[in-house]
Design a protein around this ligand. Structure first.
Ligand SMILES: Nc1ncnc2c1ncn2[C@@H]1O[C@H](COP(=O)(O)OP(=O)(O)OP(=O)(O)O)[C@@H](O)[C@H]1O
Ligand SMILES: [Zn+2]
Ligand SMILES: [Zn+2]
Length: 804
């Protein structure tokens, strides 16, 4: 029995053929090998890493040609059947190498060097003689020793019966962490006796009496000293009397820094309840429904998530909760930990390789049932998923910009279909695509229109910075904002000041009339290129010199736009020397845990103003914030991107939503040079639908998503002529092979026209229905992999670019 041939996807990502290769399974491994295991196989002159994606007994490779697997790296598969299927789907869906799709599902520790250790779980005497010999007096033995002793089949049985477990220890992380703990005896009589024999040692007696109330507990020595006032000498004396003993405890690297207080489910509002019922119904019916939960800021979406997950847990299933970038939203993690405690694993970019691996292993071993994490947590190796949630589903961080260029939303929906469970996409400002799908009935819309405690939405004022300038105000704060800050400082309320850094300094704006220099062909603002002092259009290639006077009003106050947070901070101190400011930007959040520290300090009222960039726009829920100031609404508005207005509206709504969430009413001041722009006008109303209607109208008119799909082909080379030449070839090939109805724009220079010394060109493909698209792009890629790549060309294809 067993299988003699394995289909292996090899880790050679530049090879132009992307398919599994057949390898012979050595006799002794035939019984134990499984799909989803990693192996080393000979490929060309060397051995490379590979994944077994299938097993069989026949092959077309002639017996004298087929090579044997060199080494087996996993005895238990690291990839499930589901994941192998998902990889095939991803490969097609995003046009990537299958190996990239397989790798993205695993924590990087499994790609790094690590040791595999077999750990004894039962009495050694119960095991076969040869295994006893191998372990000797040890509790742990290296996997390689089993391999050498040809005991892998035996090991596999021992794992199946639970006699032995396998641990992977990442080499660079060092050994498993152990700490010394104090275990108090659970025998009251022992304590009584100890108490007697300590009759002349008052401090020891005190400690023993305290221990009587803590029978059987295991406690860290320093905690014990803190709680009881005992010293190490006193503890030693008590231990000698048998009342307690020292034990070594293995600890998981704990990414959580502090303990949490548990919370209970809240009484839901009417609207929350309607939403939860719909989700529950879909769970009961095992429908793979995708819900779009649109709830205004502060409407209690998170409470709906928590209670839906509770139901999943009650049914013995698992849940994945995605957040845009978790290191930026410690408050969110906290809420999950305080509701579900130890059942939660957390995965985000702030963790070390070892910590990430620990969290992944907790999931794989079924030690947790909920994962809260950023994009890649969508691949959490659960096997019985009951619910998947994407919070702030409109965020662009859900799209991966490297191969595989997947969108977490698509993966979520694929997995929900595999498990027949619902997906919740939550947002106050859904992506246009998502809301359009909800309107068409592809997604099911659930709405929360009121804030959870019926608080008013904040009042939004728009400050026209052109007027301010005319009135002689040259500072970066409008009169209105200055007055607002003054009032809050007086009342000892808190404020958030938000500096929009997206598109920082990249466009040219007239401070007198608000004009931003636009492309004459494209309805898109031109991008400033410092090196050549030119303005360029990244859609059609148009360029011109930076104007000295405004083309609209002839003013000389025309310049590229932008300010840094540091400068804002200085200015605040000039105006309000008494203000206490906490700055949160890339500079102040470099070290680990910095976000948490800053937010905690702010939460404890140790500052009046939280000043920051994008990272403070989302998720904050502080009762004392009554004013939000947006210093420069325009910056993201003029990015050369068809989603610029949508992104700006989303950002303004999110950041405004931080104000007045509890009992004090909130106020928002949005500063802008273009108050008449619809994204700003409509964010004043805090109403999504009018914005949606307006934006959809424009998208239809200019032929962008969701009316059309776009795909982006980028070509780069160190030599500008080569990049242009091959981008031209790609465009010609696409024009020759795609149908007439497809619009191919380009080649043009990319929005970053030179990156790491490579010149970048791109072609944009706009289409509605094009059944040929994937095969044509695949053939283009095959051409590139077989030939162009040798000329030093790099080419990427993105089927759903988040920026173009
Ligand atoms: N049913 C409820 N009863 C009482 N308070 C609630 C209820 N639901 C939510 N809240 C509280 O209302 C506040 C806002 O809720 P939450 O943060 O979940 O809103 P949200 O919709 O996720 O907000 P945002 O999208 O703005 O981040 C929180 O302080 C939360 O504890
Ligand atoms: Zn143009
Ligand atoms: Zn002007």
């Amino acid at each position: 029995m067993g299988f003699s041939v394995a289909e292996v996807i090899v880790d050679v990502a530049t090879y132009h053929v992307d398919r599994p290769f057949d390898y012979a399974v050595p006799q002794e491994w035939r019984e134990i090998i499984e799909a989803g295991c990693r192996v080393k196989v000979p490929f060309g002159p060397r051995n490379v890493l590979g994944f077994i994606v299938g097993l069989k007994n026949e092959t077309e490779v002639p017996p004298n040609k087929i090579k044997p697997i060199a080494q087996i790296l996993d005895i238990e598969p690291v990839l499930t059947e589901e994941m192998l299927k998902m990889a095939k789907w991803l490969k097609n869906e995003t046009i990537c190498y299958e190996i990239d799709a397989l790798q993205v599902m695993l924590p990087s520790a499994l790609r790094a060097k690590y040791e595999k250790i077999a750990v004894l779980q039962v009495e050694l005497a119960k095991l076969p003689q040869e295994v006893q010999t191998l372990f000797g007096k040890r509790q742990k033995a290296n996997f390689k020793e089993f391999e050498k002793a040809e005991l892998l089949p035996v090991l596999k049985e021992l794992i199946a019966s639970g006699c032995v477990t396998i641990e992977n220890i990442v080499k660079q992380q060092g050994s498993v962490k152990e700490v010394r703990m104090v275990e108090i005896t659970s025998d009251m009589q022992v304590l009584e006796k100890a108490l007697e024999s300590a009759s002349r040692a008052a401090k020891q007696r005190q400690l023993i009496i305290w221990m009587q109330a803590h029978l059987g507990e295991i406690i860290a020595p320093h905690h014990l000293y803190e709680e009881t006032g005992a010293t190490a000498t006193v503890l030693q004396g008590v231990i000698e009397k048998g009342a307690a003993r020292f034990v070594q405890e293995e600890v998981y690297r704990d990414p959580f820094t502090k303990g949490v207080t548990r919370t209970q489910s809240l009484q839901l509002t009417q609207e929350q309840n309607v939403a939860l019922q719909a989700i529950s119904k879909s769970m009961d019916a095992a429908d793979a429904t995708t819900f779009l939960l649109r709830g205004v800021t502060g409407s209690g979406k998170t409470e709906v998530y928590l209670q839906a997950i509770q139901k999943v847990l009650d049914e013995g299933k698992e849940a994945i909760m995605l957040v845009p970038e978790i290191s930026l939203t410690p408050q969110m993690t906290e809420r999950f930990r305080s509701r579900f405690g130890e059942l939660v694993a957390v995965m985000h970019s702030g963790l070390s390789v070892g910590e990430k691996y620990d969290e992944w292993r907790k999931i794989q071993q079924g030690k947790v049932s909920v994962v809260v994490g950023a994009r890649s947590a969508i691949f959490a190796p659960f096997t019985n998923i009951g619910l998947i949630i994407l919070d702030e589903e409109h965020e662009s961080t859900y799209k991966q910009e490297d191969s595989p260029r997947y969108h977490a939303r698509d993966v979520a929906i694929w997995r929900s279909q595999f498990y027949q469970c619902p997906v919740i996409l939550g947002s106050a400002t859904p992506a246009l695509e998502s809301f359009a799908r909800a309107k068409k009935g592809v997604y099911t819309l659930l709405s929360l229109k009121q804030r959870a405690m019926n608080q008013a939405m904040p009042t939004v004022y728009v400050a026209d910075m052109r007027e301010e300038l005319q009135n002689g105000n040259r500072s970066m704060f409008s009169e209105q904002l200055i007055e607002g800050i003054r009032l809050r400082l007086e009342r000892r309320e808190q404020m958030v000041l938000f500096l929009n850094r997206r598109g920082y300094s990249s466009f040219v704006l007239c401070r007198d009339c608000g004009t931003v220099v636009q492309c004459p062909n494209c309805d898109i603002s031109l991008t400033y290129h410092r090196t050549q002092e030119k303005l360029k259009c990244h859609y059609c290639g148009y360029e011109e010199h930076v104007p000295q006077i405004c083309p609209q009003c002839q003013s000389e106050h025309i310049r590229y736009f932008g300010t840094g947070t540091q400068k804002v901070e200085e200015e605040i101190y000039k105006l309000f020397p008494e203000a206490r400011v906490l700055r949160m930007d890339v500079d102040t959040t470099k070290h680990k845990g910095a976000h948490e520290e800053i937010l905690q300090a702010f939460g404890e009222g140790r500052a009046d103003i939280l000043l920051g960039t994008q990272m403070i726009a989302k998720g904050l829920d502080f009762p004392n914030i009554t004013l939000v100031g947006v210093l420069s609404a325009d910056t993201s508005l003029h990015l050369p991107d068809y989603r610029a207005a949508e992104r700006t509206f989303q950002l303004l709504t999110q950041v405004s939503g931080r104000a007045g969430r509890h009992d004090k009413p909130g106020e928002v001041v949005i500063q802008t040079y273009t108050p008449e722009h619809y994204a700003i006008e409509l964010s004043k109303m805090q109403d999504y639908e009018p914005f949606y209607e307006r934006e959809m109208f424009l998208r239809r008119r200019s032929g962008y998503p969701p009316y059309y799909y776009v795909a982006l082909v980028q070509v780069s080379h160190e030599d500008v002529m080569m990049a242009a030449e091959y981008a031209g070839r790609a465009a010609d090939w696409l024009r020759a092979n795609l149908s007439e109805k497809v619009a191919i724009i380009g080649p043009t220079t990319a929005s970053i026209s030179r990156l790491q010394n490579r010149y970048r060109y791109q072609c944009l493909i706009k289409y509605k229905i094009e059944p040929n698209l994937i095969p044509v792009l695949q053939r283009l890629l095959a051409m590139y992999r077989a030939d162009w790549i040798k000329q030093g060309i790099l080419m990427t294809v993105d089927l759903d670019p988040s920026t173009i």
